[in-house]
Design a protein around this ligand. Sequence first.
Ligand SMILES: Cc1ncc(C[n+]2csc(CCOP(=O)(O)OP(=O)(O)O)c2C)c(N)n1
Ligand SMILES: [Mg+2]
Length: 310
Amino acid sequence: MTTVKDLPREDYFLSGHTACPGCGGAMVVREVMKVLGPNTVVYMPASCLLIFSDMYPYNAFKVPSLQILFETSAIAAAGVKRALKRLGKDDTTVVAFAGDGGTADIGMQALSGAAERNEDILYVCYDNEAYMNTGIQRSGTTPFGAWTTTTPLGSTSEGQGKNEFKKDVPRILMAHDVPYVATASLGFPADFLKKVDKAKAKKGFRYLHVLAPCPVGWRAESDSTVDLAKLAVETGIFTLLEYEDGVLTLNREPRFTPVREYLKLQGRFKHLSEGQIASIERWVKDKWERDRALAKALGPKPKVPVAIVR
Ligand SMILES: Cc1ncc(C[n+]2csc(CCOP(=O)(O)OP(=O)(O)O)c2C)c(N)n1
Ligand SMILES: [Mg+2]
């Protein structure tokens, strides 16, 4: 297992990319690539990542990296994996890195199809909670209350910022009963690396959903990325979980730090009313009740004694 201490020095996602200072997405890709190593092929759809890693004639990946249409990353990666298999190169990891827009919204159909067919790929969603590359538009995973350029303040009769709660993409993937679904946070690197290790070792469809704070879109300081990723977990807003071969585990019991501590560091939430903050607190409480119940229902199964029939 890769621990923080024995992380390889080699990088396969190199410095010299053009991400903004403090970009969570770039950190996610760098860490994942360190574990996946050189025998990897990367697929990515339209996103910040595509722009900051792969603008001709420069390329920040030390492995083959390919670009594909926004909505098709999961099936494109699956096609390459099948082709590699045919060529006898089954040991090559094929990974798709996509943003939350490319995953939760526009890429969902391809993602669902690839998961249902249990295609042998790793799919990593770096979730910066909006369409950042095109100027901070809301996505399905943008949280309730957040300002974005398409959920502006005071422009609707319904309220301020986004009116809907975050879409639970890991739960959608769990419903496909794939071999591995996990969430991770840049604030908990040991847990994150363990999950990349597991995902790399498994066969079949594997999904990692990693929270990737975006200082520009979240209107936060560029040195707050890791603190935000930690606080998202400790407030209970982002759950660290793992669904492995049908068993769901909640990996960390949060401290339940008041959600205000997380919200106040981000300009995208600075307009929130007391009522909106109370709604977020209630949402966190309900989510934990539901996830605990789900983990109980999908916990390790007791061994059933096998009756010997003569
Ligand atoms: C079919 C299609 N629609 C829209 C776009 C424009 N577009 C390019 S990147 C992007 C935003 C991607 O958002 P996300 O997947 O969350 O990744 P991020 O930019 O946040 O890293 C959009 C809307 C496109 N390239 N193709
Ligand atoms: Mg995004």
